[in-house]
Design a protein around this ligand. Structure first.
Ligand code: BGP
Length: 468
C-alpha cells in the first residue's frame, strides 16, 4: 500500500543564491571568494548559472503550476553589503523584495537562508569565520535583513556549517582550498555556530513573529563491520566531525563529554588547538531552546573502517564513479565497496540513513521542536530527449526518501516539509553544470525550463499527499 504524508506538509524545491542567480556583477553585487576560485580551479563559473536573477518569475510560476508550495532561497550577502558590512546596496535590497513578493503572489512560502556558502570576498580573505570579526559582521547583516524583509516568515541562518568547514579546510574543494586541517574545521564550525546563536537571539529579541532555525547536512555514519569495535569507533569519530559537534552546539549549548573526547583524540592525532571561549557557550546556551526548526539536508550515508595511516582525500569532481578516496589520520576511512547503490559521484544512496538520522535527532536532542528536510535529491547526468528528461532514477530516489519520512512521522518525529534539491537545475559548487538535480531541466544557453518526468510525479504527490 502507498504511504502518505500529512495534510499541512510543505512540498518544496530548494535553491541557493550563488548557484541559481548568475548576474554576479550586476546591480552593485560585491565579489565573493568563489568568483576567482572557480575561475582559477574549475572548468566553469557562476555565470550564467540558472539566471534566477532575471528568471525568477518563470520559476515561481512553474512552482504554482506543479503544486510546489515552498521554496528555499538564499540572500546573497554581497548583494546587500557588497563589502560584507558598511554601506547598503539598495538595488540588492530591492531585488529580494521583488523576489519575495513574487513568491507570495504564487502562494509559494519562501524559506530564506542568510548564508549559503557565499561570504563576501573582503571578509573571506580576512579569514572568513575563523576570524571572529566575521561573526559580528554576520550578525549585523542578519539584523538588517530581519528589519528590512518583514515579509519573510521563515529564516535560516546558515546552510551547512559542516560541509563549509570540510570543503574549506579538510577536502580543500572550497575556497581557500586548505587541506587536512582538522583544527580549522572544528574552529570554523564553532565560530559559525556562535554566529548562528547570536543571530537567533537577535531575532527573538526583535520580537518578530516568524520562525528561525539552521540547516545542517547530516550524513549518517555506519561502521563497516558493526562487530568490530575499531570500525565502530571510526564511525563515531566521523559522526562527531560532521554531525554531533554542530548538533551539540545547536541543541545542548555545549559539547558533551563524549563529543569532546572525540575532538581531543582527533586533534592529538592531527595537531592544532581550539579557541572555545566561555562567552561563546553563554550565547550557545541562551539560544539552544529558541530554534524553531532544524533543517536537515540528507543525501547519503557512509560506511567507516578503522584506518592507521596519513590523511588522504581525493574528491570525485567529474562523476567518474569509483574515484573517491577518504581516509583521515586518527579517524578512519570510508569504504565505498559495500552493497549499496551509489551515484556517479560516489554518494551512497541509503534512505534508511535519513530515518536513522531523524530518530537520532529526536532521541538525543528532544528540544528540537520540528524538522524540515531542507535538501535531498539525486545528482545525475540527465539525458535531454523529447524536450524532457525521463528521470525514473530520480523519481525512485525521491519516493524512497519520502517513504522513510512517512515512517519517521508515524514513529513520532515532527517533520513538517520536504524541499527537493533542486527546484530547477543549478550548477554544483565543485562538480559544475553536468551534475543536475532539478525538477525542471535548464538549457543553460537559452535559459529555457522544461519539466522533467519527476516534476509531474512530484506534482501528483503534492496534490494527493500519497507517495505513489
Ligand atoms: C549541499 C548544498 C547545495 C548543493 C547540494 C548538492 O551540500 O547545500 O548547495 O550543492 O549539496 O551538492 P553537490 O552540488 O556537491 O552535488
Amino acid at each position: 500500500m502507498s504511504k502518505s504524508l500529512p495534510k499541512d506538509f510543505i512540498y518544496g524545491g530548494a535553491t541557493a543564491a550563488y548557484q541559481a542567480e548568475g548576474a554576479v556583477h550586476t546591480d552593485g553585487k560585491g565579489p565573493v571568494a568563489w568568483d576567482k576560485y572557480l575561475a582559477e580551479n574549475y572548468w566553469y563559473t557562476a555565470e550564467p548559472a540558472s539566471d534566477f536573477y532575471h528568471m525568477y518569475p518563470v520559476d515561481l510560476e512553474l512552482c504554482e503550476q506543479f503544486g510546489i508550495n515552498g521554496i528555499r532561497i538564499s540572500i546573497a550577502w554581497s548583494r546587500i553589503f557588497p563589502a560584507g558590512y558598511g554601506e547598503v546596496n539598495p538595488k540588492g535590497v530591492d531585488f529580494y523584495h521583488r523576489l519575495f513578493a513574487e513568491c507570495h503572489k504564487r502562494h509559494v512560502e519562501p524559506f530564506v537562508t542568510l548564508h549559503h556558502f557565499d561570504t563576501p570576498e573582503a571578509l573571506h580573505s580576512a579569514g572568513d569565520f575563523l576570524n571572529r570579526e566575521t561573526i559580528d559582521h554576520f550578525v549585523e547583516y542578519a539584523k538588517f535583513c530581519f528589519r528590512e524583509f518583514k515579509e519573510v516568515n521563515y529564516w535560516t541562518t546558515f546552510n551547512e556549517i559542516g560541509p563549509i568547514g570540510d570543503g574549506q579546510y579538510l577536502v580543500g574543494k572550497f575556497p581557500p582550498g586548505i587541506r587536512y586541517d582538522l583544527a580549522k574545521v572544528f574552529q570554523s564550525h564553532h565560530n559559525m555556530m556562535t554566529a548562528h546563536a547570536k543571530a537567533v537571539l537577535a531575532y527573538k529579541k526583535g520580537g518578530y513573529t516568524g520562525e528561525i532555525g539552521v540547516v545542517h547536512a547530516l550524513p549518517t555514519k555506519y561502521p563497516y563491520d558493526p562487530e568490530n569495535p575499531a570500525d565502530v569507533r571510526a564511525a563515531d569519530l566521523e559522526d562527531i566531525i560532521h554531525n554531533r559537534f554542530i548538533l551539540d552546539a545547536t541543541y545542548l549549548g555545549h559539547y558533551s563529554d563524549h563529543t569532546m573526547e572525540g575532538v581531543r583524540h582527533i586533534l592529538e592525532a592531527n595537531g592544532g588547538t581550539l579557541d572555545l571561549r566561555k562567552e561563546d557557550f553563554e550565547v550557545l546556551t541562551a539560544a539552544k531552546d529558541l530554534n524553531d526548526f532544524l533543517g536537515i539536508n540528507y543525501y547519503m550515508s557512509d560506511w567507516m573502517r578503522a584506518y592507521d595511516g596519513e590523511t588522504e582525500i581525493t574528491h570525485n569532481a567529474t562523476g567518474a564513479k569509483g574515484g573517491s578516496v577518504y581516509r583521515i589520520k586518527g579517524v578512519g576511512q570510508r569504504e565505498f565497496d559495500v552493497d549499496v547503490p551509489r551515484t556517479d559521484w560516489d554518494w551512497m544512496i541509503w534512505p534508511q540513513g535519513l530515518y536513522d538520522q531523524i530518530m537520532r535527532v529526536i532521541h538525543d536532542y528532544p528540544n528540537y521542536k520540528k524538522i524540515y528536510i531542507t535538501e535531498n535529491g539525486l545528482g545525475y547526468k540527465d539525458e535531454f530527449v523529447d524536450d524532457t528528461v525521463y528521470d525514473d532514477a530520480r523519481i525512485d530516489y525521491i519516493r524512497q526518501h519520502l517513504n522513510v519520512l512517512s515512517d519517521a512521522i508515524r514513529d513520532g518525529a515532527n517533520v513538517k516539509g520536504y524541499f527537493l534539491w533542486s527546484l530547477m537545475d543549478v550548477f554544483s559548487w565543485s562538480n559544475g553544470y553536468e551534475k543536475r538535480y532539478g525538477l525542471f531541466y535548464v538549457d543553460f544557453e537559452t535559459q529555457k525550463r522544461y519539466p522533467k518526468k519527476s516534476a509531474y510525479w512530484y506534482k501528483k504527490v503534492a496534490e494527493t499527499g500519497v507517495i505513489e
